[in-house]
Design a protein around this ligand. Sequence first.
Ligand code: HEM
Length: 73
Amino acid sequence: MVFGVVVNPMMLVAGGVVVFALIVFQLLVGLRKIHFKGKAHLLIHKRGAWVLLAVAGIHGFLGFVYAVGLRIG
Ligand code: HEM
């Protein structure tokens, strides 16, 4: 439970799907299958990496909270 919200397996599945989609996006941008004009390309790739890191971190944290049965807040 995090601030009164119980983490359920569906939230973790949804989070996993989002992380997977972000990895696919990041790969496609990196491989230039999806491309943006000029400097925007590397900028989006760099920001995408930070978003991916943040979302994966939250997903991992919630997975840990669920698995261990932690209660925060
Ligand atoms: C999960 C997949 C990926 C992640 C998280 C990721 C992450 C990053 C990050 C953080 C940078 C910025 C480096 C910097 O600050 O200069 C970067 C740069 C770059 N990435 Fe990716 N990347 C991924 C996949 C790929 C793939 C599949 C390719 C191409 C095969 C690729 C090609 C590049 C290139 C060409 C740069 C620019 C390097 C430079 O000139 O600074 N990336 N990537």
